[in-house]
Design a protein around this ligand. Structure first.
Ligand SMILES: Nc1ncnc2c1ncn2[C@@H]1O[C@H](COP(=O)(O)OP(=O)(O)OP(=O)(O)O)[C@@H](O)[C@H]1O
Ligand SMILES: [Zn+2]
Ligand SMILES: [Zn+2]
Length: 805
């Protein structure tokens, strides 16, 4: 019998026609090398074109009648995606209307899509075959020059754990050689050396202490020692002279060294926490893929519930995945997890360079870590045997990716939980309506935590009506009530958080004579003033121009800034309270890597009295000295052109109010608004989620919105506005023929920003309850419009969109 192994491969040609596996022959020379999850190079189409592909499956025979082409070569010598991930890609592509290849790529760290080299790293230097392979060298670069026999040998040795394969990114800082410090001494010797020093040799003592505490992380880069730990170069030189340490060169860093968080131990649980931990633990133990919705008021101690259930999973010899919104990936949150589980934790956040990210990914893949904490894309972490998945602040829109593939990490988590037979915990003080409604129906198990830790009261909230004359905007943005509150807080040496609720723009220019607004010539959005650049800038395409002195439209000099920016509020604060130390946190002050964390750290150490910021300061922060929260303009989110406007407003106000009075001092909140009677504002003031939920559900029911209806958003983009409209109407007609009478079709309408980067955008919204044809129809439409993509058309389908604008 002729053995003719065949591989099913998803090729890297993102079109509708190629969105299915293609069969290729596995040449004899690669017969036991090619396995699912590996990337290979294959010939594609006519001509000599070679492209990348993912091996999805390997089988013994093929039904294909024609002649199959053989795989040209393997790109990876070990699978980069597990079977679980390969399966996930089918589901994900289907659910998000994306090409499967995009889904597969999304699951890998970006580095693996960039240029990199692969090296053989010997694990067993005694092995004769390893010695032959390396031929006296330290490592062997894997290139496409290697013959098949060598590739097979490499593969065999890898499977027997004699060697490993490492990816090294080209053009990464990682490869730059850096000076680093290490030592031959052990802890005891370091302590002995320290005891021999004179008491005034402070910097030497500090250095030896550092070494003793960080032995496992050595070598540590010289400049990290200097910058992060304040150890001088001369101290290092002296110690080197005395042979207490050695200076070496490192090419690749181990885990990025930070200041070690303090080790924490289990807290004694409150009764509400105990119930939550016990229910979730039972599900972990019994491997039940149950979803829990932990609805706990702000400051009820949800984090401790997460930590103790993670511990439970680890005790069961399983792993745990914890997702948090990117913006909450502050040292505070990370420290809480790392403080409890130490180096068993990998952290994936955008602050890492792509190389560091890859390192963390590798640690997960090698089973060096048991807990992964990360933002949205961490949901694809290559963890094995997951025992628990946690999604903190589950209501956050940022769990949904805005670009292709438009996935919601919450849905992916639920899918993985089914595969891994493990529970999912969704936690929030303000759950999304969708999740809370599912709990109502019994699909999710609802666990409520109604009390704050130590039975601390929820903060007292005062709503200030900005329509009253005494609060008139002519007197500035601070009402007498808020000014008074700030005054008292400062006198008591406590801290305040001031929220400026913005829609994304800071200050734009408007002519008070003719109403002209300065806009981007490409994008149809207002240009924003950037003080540091002294220029007007577009937030979409980056276009910039000088600040106009006269109105380009009517030549009047009465053109000026409109809308309040954080810088403006900061100036007002400085004038009102000259003695107060104000920290400002917005896009401008957090542009540099790590600055976000630094500002919070400073505020946490009470080196400032007032933290002023945009939405990014609203959630997750836990500072015991904060007793006042002020909201300058509660209404901005309320006027969003989005059916979730009330929900977003309620969430924002409840979350930010929840920052006040979390420890032993009582909190106070001042909310300034032009809509003091709106239920979203009134319920937020009482931190009353349940009442808000009932009211909002009623309104959603009346208006046929989520969670009573499913929503799909289809947008059409083209450089020619007329064509965009034509295409949109064609699309609508197509949909109409396949939908039942119960479905609701809205649009086509221009999006809020109808022109971005010289393209026009129109959208159609489908609201429906049960439309078995819709999915297939949308796939067909995608298929048909594919050909038009070349003419500049693009169609995007967003299942359950988080923003409609
Ligand atoms: N059992 C406990 N005993 C003592 N202190 C606790 C306990 N559980 C939690 N805490 C403390 O209570 C504070 C609030 O807890 P945590 O930050 O987890 O609240 P949360 O529910 O996540 O709130 P939010 O939704 O506002 O972020 C923290 O400082 C935490 O250390
Ligand atoms: Zn622009
Ligand atoms: Zn004008």
């Amino acid at each position: 019998m002729v053995f003719m192994a065949v591989a099913e491969i998803i090729v890297d040609v993102p079109t509708m026609q190629t969105n299915r596996p293609f069969e290729y022959l596995i040449p004899d020379s690669l017969s036991d090398v090619v396995v699912p999850g590996m990337r290979v190079e294959v010939p594609f189409g006519r001509g000599k074109r070679k492209i990348q592909g993912f091996v999805m499956q390997v089988k013994a025979t093929s039904d294909f009648q024609g002649k199959l082409k053989p795989i040209s070569r393997v790109i990876d010598l070990k699978p980069v995606l597990s079977d679980e991930m390969l399966q996930l890609s089918y589901w994900l592509a289907d659910r998000t209307y994306s090409f499967q290849i995009s889904c597969l790529q999304t699951m890998l760290p970006s580095v693996m899509r960039a240029k990199y080299k692969q090296y053989v790293i010997p694990l067993d230097n005694e092995d004769t075959e390893v010695q032959t392979l390396l031929d006296g060298k330290e490592t062997l670069e894997i290139t496409n020059q290697l013959d098949d026999a060598t590739i097979r040998l490499i593969n065999k040795l890898r499977q027997n754990n004699k060697i490993d394969i490492q990816y090294v990114v080209e053009n990464q800082a990682l490869q730059i050689k850096r000076q680093a410090v290490t030592t031959n001494l052990n802890v005891i010797q370091l302590h002995e050396a320290k005891s021999k020093l004179r008491a005034n040799a402070k910097s030497q003592i500090k250095l030896l202490d550092f070494l003793a505490h960080h032995l496992e992380e050595l070598p540590v880069e010289l400049n990290v020692l200097q910058k992060e730990f304040g150890i001088s170069r001369s101290a290092i030189k002296t110690a080197e002279k005395n042979q207490l340490l050695q200076i070496t060169e490192v090419t690749k860093l181990r885990k990025p060294v930070g200041i070690d968080p303090e080790k924490t131990t289990k807290l004694k649980l409150t009764e509400e926490q105990r119930v939550a931990v016990s229910e979730i633990s039972d599900a972990i133990q019994s491997e039940t893929p149950q979803t829990f919705l932990v609805e706990g008021v702000t400051g009820s101690g949800k984090t401790e519930v997460y930590l103790q259930t993670i511990e439970k999973a680890l005790q069961q010899d399983k792993t745990a995945l914890m997702l948090v919104p990117e913006i909450s990936l502050t040292p505070q949150m990370v420290n809480r997890v790392v403080g409890r589980f130490g180096n068993q934790v990998a952290v994936l956040h955008s602050g890492l360079s792509s190389g560091e990210r890859y390192d963390e990914w590798t640690r997960i893949e090698n089973h060096d870590v048991k807990v992964v904490v990360g933002a949205r894309s961490a949901v694809f972490a290559p963890l094995n045997k997951i025992g628990l998945i946690i999604i903190d602040e589950e209501h956050e829109a940022s769990y949904k990716q805005d670009d292709n593939p438009r996935y919601n990490a919450r849905d992916v988590a639920l899918w993985r939980a089914q595969m891994n037979h493990c529970p999912v915990v969704l936690g929030s003080a303000t759950p999304s309506l969708e999740s809370r409604a599912r709990a109502e129906k019994g699909v999710y198990r609802l666990i409520r935590m109604k009390k704050r830790i130590n039975n601390q009261n929820l903060p007292h909230v005062q709503i200030v009506d900005m329509r009253d004359a005494e609060n008139s905007a002519t007197k500035g943005d601070f009402s007498p009530a808020l000014k008074e509150g700030l005054q008292t807080t400062l006198q008591r040496h406590e801290q305040a958080i001031v929220l400026l609720n913005r829609r994304g723009y800071s200050s734009f220019m408007m002519c008070r004579e003719c109403g002209f607004v300065l806009k981007c010539p490409n994008c149809d959005v207002s240009l924003t003033y950037h003080k540091d650049l002294g220029k007007m800038k577009c937030h979409y395409c980056g276009h910039e121009e000088p600040v106009p002195r006269v109105c380009p439209n009517c030549k009047s000099k009465k053109i000026g800034f409109y809308g309040t920016g954080t810088q403006n509020i900061e100036q007002q604060l400085n004038t009102l309270f000259p003695e107060a130390r104000v920290l400002r946190m917005d896009v401008d002050t957090t542009r540099r890597k790590g600055s976000h964390a630094k500002i919070l750290q400073k505020f946490g150490q009470h080196q400032a009295d007032i933290l002023l910021g945009t939405q990014m300061i609203a959630k997750g922060l836990d500072f015991p000295d904060v007793t006042l929260v002020g909201v300058i303009n509660a209404d901005t989110t309320l006027s969003l052109a989005d059916f979730r406007a009330s929900e977003r407003t309620f969430q924002l106000l409840t979350q930010v109010s929840g920052r006040a009075g979390r420890a032993d001092k009582t909190g106070h909140v001042v909310i300034q608004t032009f809509n003091p009677d709106h239920y979203a504002i009134k319920d937020a003031a009482k931190q009353d989620y349940e009442t808000f939920f009932k009211q909002e559900m009623y309104i959603r029911h009346q208006a046929n919105y989520t969670p009573y209806y499913f929503t799909t958003l289809i947008s059409v983009a083209n450089k020619d506005e007329g064509q965009t409209l034509k295409q949109s109407y064609w699309l609508k007609k197509q949909l109409e023929t396949s939908l039942s009478k119960d479905a609701i079709l809205l649009g086509p309408s221009p999006t809020m920003i109808s022109r971005k980067q010289n393209k026009y955008y129109y959208q159609i919204i489908v609201k429906y309850k049960h439309e078995p044809q819709l999915h297939q129809k949308l796939l067909e439409i995608l298929n048909e419009t594919q050909a038009d993509a070349k003419k500049g058309f693009t169609i995007a389908i967003d299942n359950e969109p988080q923003h409609i604008d």
